[in-house]
Structures are given as structure tokens and as C-alpha cells.
Write a protein that binds this ligand. Sequence first.
Ligand SMILES: [Zn+2]
Length: 392
Amino acid sequence: MNHIGWGGLTYWVSEAKGNEKIGVGIRPYGLHAGNMAAVIAYPYLLCERYEDINREKPEFRLQIWLNDIEPVKYVGADGTRESANAANMYPGSTTFQFMPAPNGHKGSLADFWQPVIEGVVRGTIGARFPYVKLDFRRASELVGTPEFEKTVLSAMHHSAGIGRVIGFFTQTPIQGKKGFVWPLCPDCHAPVTDATLKKSSEGLLIDGWHKFMGNYHFSQKAKNLSWAMQFRMLQAARLAAEQPDLWVIGIDHFPTNRTSLMEHLAAGLGIDQYRGDFLHVPLLFADGSKKLSKSLGNAVYMSPQELINALRKNRNQGLDVKHAPVSDDIIVVGADLLPRYMTGNKEVREAALKAKMAAYEKSNKRKAFLSDNAPGAISNKFVVRTVGVPHL
Ligand SMILES: [Zn+2]
């Protein structure tokens, strides 16, 4: 069932037992207001409403999924980022699992962002609702589950049929023939878009080659490879495997009238239907019309508590974050909740951002996402980091 906004939240908690499994996902490359609405503010408000209505402390199990097997960037069917659209989203590079962390930090982009996301979730939800169990999961943990293997098998064997489902529900024709799941080259972790699949007595065998510093051929079992998945395949496989009671999601991500896409995908992939509910989080807007979402490349400066307060006050309305400074490369989180390595060197980064902003203001580039208030907000204490990670 689809529950929408404040009314949906209230209805769901009034029926809840208090120990349900609740899931939410995030691409591990930032934490701005658009992310925080679904990952932090709405789960927080859900716990708060549960407590108010039922006069009991919530003991939900909240799973925060880092979508590390999504490509760091999507491109369209012709391989350029600009041509990516609702239906045609192909990997432009490796995944968050293998993209190195920036600025000489150890590990992957997922390793780099996990402590940030975890710190803010624990510092807000964990601090206020100590009996809520917080569980940080990575989508890569799904590789090797029966649901994942079935998804790979169906998406590779029947990509035309899966494409028709996506094309129908997004009302956008599929242009590419690159499928929706991609093994990563075991040598360099680039997505291999023309791999073939064989069934063997020992399970699925993936055969492919990748040209990078010479030809590299591989033939391995699906479960021994690393994978990239389009977010729809990931979501279908994850919901089938994990069956949370509730999945919290930005209303723009799978528009409410299109969760039927998930049902048809599960049927097409031959995996279990999701039996739980969706809770759709209201949209955030800046300057009246600029939508903030998880992936549109917009970001707004806001602390978790400010956002929670604003969403509580606005209830069922789409929230207009007025005077919100917006930029395509600013990531904002609660600075007081961050690990120290993220907050060091703040002045240097802010100066670099100011210079970049000034150059941007003077340039001929379209200013669609930049508000008049952007320069002033750079001194906001919640601005802790800027990155050049491309957004779709
Ligand atoms: Zn390679």
C-alpha cells in the first residue's frame, strides 16, 4: 500500500506494532536536504508520531541501505550523461563500491560517505529514540542471494521484456541494448555491458571481456563477480529479498502511481512481490519551483533538526525551502555530528567554494539552480564539504 506524506505517516504508525522493519536507501555520495528528508527526517518523525499516538517507545528496526552497487554516474543510450532519461540509464563508470574515496582518503566512495551518513542518523534518530535498532547495510550484500541471481538471470536473458516494462511505465522508449544489470570487470571494475550469460550445473556463469590496458577475458560464476545494477533492478531485488514492512522513499523517486512498475518488474524478473508498504516523503522545493531530490544535482543547506521541524510544521505539504541556496556541488550535513576528518580544513574548502561560486556567478552558464542567497550561505556552519562527484 502507498502511504503519502504526513497523513500516510500518521495512518501507518496508528496501525503499527512498534517493532516493524523499516527500510530506506541512499546513494553514498552526499547527504543534503533532499537525502535527509527520506533517510533521517521522515523516519525520525515516524518514530515521534508512533510515540505520541501509541504512548509507547518505538522499537523499530531501521535499515539504512547504502546503494553501493549503483553506478557512480548514469549515462544515456549513446554513452553521454546528458542523454540519460527516466528509461535509459546505463553505467557511466564503476560503482560506489569501487570508486576510490576523494582527497587521498582510504577505501571507496561508499567507505568515505558511510561514517557521515551513519553519524548523522545515529546523532539524530539514535540519540532521540534509543530503542530503535539502526542497521547500516550495503546493497552489495545482496549479491549471491537467490533473489539477486534470479534478477541477474532474468534481466540478462529477457532484457527486451524488462525494457518494455520500464518503457511502458516511464512512458519513454528504451533506446539502448545494454541491459539493466552489468558485471564489473574483475580486473578494473568497469561495468561490462556486453557480457553473456550461461547456465551451468554450478549456477549462472557470466562470460565477458574488457579492453583496458589490453584485453581481459573472464568467465566466472555470478556470485563471484561484483555487479552494477540500475536502481530499479536493485530495488526490486532488495524488496524481494528483505521484505521490510515499510519502505520510506522520496515521492519523486518512484511516483506513487508508478509503484506498479515495481510490481510488474518483480513479476518480469520472476522474484517475489514486495508485501510491505511504501511511505512517500513530501517533495522539497527551493525558490518555489526548483525541486530538490536525491539525484537532481540540487542541494540545500539545512541541519537535520531544522529539516525535521520544517517537515513536521508543513505536514502534508510539499515543502518550499525558501531562500535556500542551491548549487550542483555542495553537500550539506550536520557538521556537529560528523567524524573529525570530515570537518577539518573547513576554511580552505569554503574559500575554494566561494571562489568557484564567484566564477560561476560571472560565467555565462545557466543559473537555474543557483539562488541569490548562495554566497551568504557559504558561511553556514552546516556547510562542511564540497565534492565534485557528478550528479545526474
Ligand atoms: Zn577491465
